[in-house]
Design a protein around this ligand. Structure first.
Ligand code: PLP
Length: 409
């Protein structure tokens, strides 16, 4: 790619980069303060086995997560296998047969549809447990507060808000955007929990949804919060009341958060958390740079280069399956791991369309590391996310667009 395009693209990014760096500094300073408060030391890294009673590494990490989110309590566990598992755990913890789940941000992320039971008929879904489901669409990319309140009843026990776009071409939701709706829900239906699917959103803004009254925020540790170092895991953070119910589901009633050992030790979770604001900033800069290059190539992007962002995802509308595949090939070739692999569309479990994915990651499947993916369907948008270093992100984005341009010629 011509140096001229690259330097022109970076010029477009300059202001946004400055904003991203100041948010990263803000969170780094907060984390240092919170680590100081909890007197984090090497004793927190000691491995534990068996039941894991009094595991100080585990317990302190949970207190630190709670502090970061200005919340009362948290669950942060390597035994949570993914973001979907954390969200599923949350819903099964909070909902009882006869209750209703309301998604307030339109159709949920693909894998959540099977959890709810609105796609497929896998055993163990919420539907099978007698939990009803409704959804309210976004209105001009914002929560439709009036429609949400109108759709609720005394049966509505959980209102779910998905912060990130997932595989939808919409804007992601800023935590501040949720404030009014959360307030109204709590005023009219005090027994309802507001759950936010916070995947990909952490450390992107100064505030988190819990700062605006969300009862529980849920996410994956191989995305933003793990800083690229956490080897696995998920987290839930929120009110004591919500966390306690969910803890009974995580392990068993009566055991809750008091058990759970980890023989490998929690050091990468602490270190990953310490790095997370910086790594998120690297991913953000990669996304913004990709939008800038796309912009110069006359391609549509969501968000646009200088839009305020609520997650690390960059959607790039490439207009054809061939361009999607070419883009993913370019990302794959520029990956530190598995650069020799060739991404191909495949039927990924949990997803409705064929999906193409490019990723070459140190932590298997970690999407805080650079990856590009998307379902092969109109308008053939690829979703780019992650990047542990901007240097890598930039190089890979250049490689990806070079592949696309070669195919377009
Ligand atoms: C990643 C993600 C999830 C969970 O996905 P896993 O691959 O199971 O971690 C859920 N919702 C959103 C919006 C996501 O981005």
């Amino acid at each position: 790619m011509k140096n001229e395009i690259i330097s022109q693209a970076e010029k477009l990014c300059a202001n946004t980069f400055g904003r991203i760096e100041s948010i990263s500094l803000y969170h780094t300073q907060r984390i240092l303060e919170i680590f100081r408060k909890h007197e984090v030391g090497t004793r927190h890294f000691a491995p534990t086995t068996g039941y894991g009673y009094d595991d100080v590494g585990r317990d302190t990490l949970e207190k630190i997560f709670a502090d970061i989110f200005h919340a009362e309590a948290a669950i942060v566990r390597p035994h949570i296998v993914s973001g979907t598992h954390a969200l599923s755990l949350c819903l099964f913890g909070l909902l009882l047969p006869g209750d209703e789940l309301l998604y307030a941000s339109g159709a949920p992320y693909d894998t959540m549809q099977e959890v709810i039971g609105i796609r497929g008929d896998k055993p163990g879904s919420l539907k099978e447990m007698g939990i009803c489901y409704r959804q309210v669409e976004l209105k001009n990319d914002h929560l439709d507060c009036d429609a949400i309140i109108a759709a609720m009843s005394e049966k509505t026990k959980v209102v779910a808000i998905q912060r990130s776009r997932g595989y939808a071409l919409r804007a992601s939701l800023l935590p501040s955007d949720m404030a009014e709706t959360i307030q109204q829900i709590h005023k009219r239906f005090p027994a309802a929990y507001v759950m936010v699917d916070n995947c990909y959103g952490e450390f992107v803004c100064k505030e988190e949804p819990t700062d605006f009254g969300a009862d529980i925020c849920v996410g994956s540790l191989i995305k933003n919060m793990g800083g690229g170092l956490a080897p696995t895991g998920g987290y839930l953070v929120g009110t004591q009341k919500a966390v306690q119910r969910i803890a009974a589901r995580l392990t068993a009633p009566g055991i809750g958060l008091e058990e759970g050992s980890y023989a490998a030790g929690y050091q990468p979770f602490y270190q990953g958390l310490f790095l997370a604001p910086h790594v998120v900033a690297q991913a953000m800069k990669t996304a913004v740079f990709a939008a800038a290059v796309a912009n110069l190539l006359q391609l549509q992007t969501i968000p646009a280069v200088n839009d305020e962002r609520a997650d690390i995802i960059q959607a790039l509308v490439l207009n054809s399956p061939e361009s999607m595949i070419a883009f993913c090939e370019g990302i794959q070739m520029a990956s530190p791991i598995d650069s020799m692999a060739m991404p191909e569309p495949w039927d990924m479990p949990g997803y409705a369309n064929q999906v193409i994915m490019a990723a070459g990651t140190f932590v298997s499947g970690a999407s805080i590391e650079l990856s590009a993916d998307g379902p092969i369907r109109e308008p053939y948008a690829v979703y780019l996310q992650g990047g542990l270093t901007y240097e890598h992100g930039k190089s890979a984005v250049i490689s990806a667009f070079e592949q696309v341009m070669k195919r377009m010629r």
